[in-house]
Write a protein that binds this ligand. Sequence first.
Ligand code: GDP
Ligand code: IMO
Ligand code: MG
Length: 429
Amino acid sequence: MANVCVIGTQWGDEGKGKVVDWLASRADIVVRFQGGHNAGHTLVVGGETYKLSLLPSGLVRGKTGVIGNGVVLDPEALLSEIARVRSQGLDVGPHNLRIAENVPLILPLHPALDRAREAARGGGAIGTTGRGIGPAYEDKVARRAIRLADLAEPDTLSAKLDELLRHHNTLLAGFGAETFRKEPLLARLLDLAPQLLPYAEPVWELLAEARAAGKRILFEGAQAVMLDVDHGTYPFVTSSNTVAGNAAAGAGVGPEAIGMVLGIAKAYTTRVGSGPFPTELDDETGREIGRRGHELGTVTGRPRRCGWFDAAMVRQAVKIGGVQGLVLTKLDVLDGFRELKICTGYRLNGAVLRRLPASPAAQAAARPVYETMEGWSDSTRGARSWAELPAQAVKYVKRIEELVEAPVVLLSTSPERDDTIMMRDPFAG
Ligand code: GDP
Ligand code: IMO
Ligand code: MG
């Protein structure tokens, strides 16, 4: 039986959380493999809303959750999220949440540096979530990160903090920000250690054993291909690889374990933070999409920028991300629009491109080439079968399939878990 990997194909917030929660009923283990608490995944189950940032969405279904080594983990954020979901009645503890012992940690100096750098960028700011994601990944690659397992060794921790502070305090002072002292940081980490270490494990081994026992694994991506540090709209991206290929490295499994790759796409496009967005609608239509779609960032509460569906971009994400099936979400938000537009390419310097160019200047200058389609007046909200969809909505979905060169395997028609239409079972391989 195949495993499944879910990734975003736009700029995040496509509805990955809802889709992963829905699919988790067919899985045994749900694994986060990149990103951190910059992610915000909203699940609505029978009127109860769960907002998850670090916890794998499968926990809501009572499945085992794994946080892989490819994640950057803020211990304080993790513990407060666990406390929050426990207060909502979820059972989360070391018996059903396992964390890679080699996961790098986010310490308070990381968000401090993130914010100091964003402030220094002024008008050129990336619009990060300010949670220290970029600085934490930099420390990992620079080989000075503190990792979960280090919490068990006070001497190692102390020596690593010396190195980390030498680097960070120099930078923070340069930006005119407050510096950090070692003693309180060390004391806090040693305090947290007994709360965190019971979760730590070589999760590669757990996953290898699960695979040998024929268990089904669901890999839950955060962010999206256009925020990928290599393939996205650099530098307006996050600091990890968000593509399905990274699920292997970020969880500690081989590439053959990833299984069927599902790309999630909204039936239109949104983006939070700065950066190019060719189909952005800075007009009443864009605001109307935002209102109907409740497009406010889960993590930062910032309004999301809204625009038409960009098929050229999603096609690119399909190819780069290895997407075999598309999940189209929020179709219901388009109910009642007289006409809809789909971007099929970009006009740039007199030529028409079918892909986003790599340079930020060219991305900003690219103008969308649109195809216009008739909308539908009947409601698709809450539809649970293909037969309930208005004919024009079916045409819209079919056109998207053709343009992005991937079949639509699931369709989501409201935030509620069960308002989902399945065309093909992704776990069937
Ligand atoms: P994620 O980051 O990809 O998990 O997406 P978010 O949870 O940040 O944002 C998606 C938002 O859309 C959430 O508020 C979901 O509850 C909501 N949502 C998901 N699917 C649908 C859908 O099909 N229709 C509508 N109207 N809302 C949806
Ligand atoms: P989910 O998993 C939408 C964006 C930020 C910013 C850029 C870099 O909910 O889809 P970072 O803090 O990661 O260094 O910020 O990436 N960003 C997201 N946008 N959804 C997310 O996650 C995001 N995670 C980061 O807004 O533009
Ligand atoms: Mg989100």
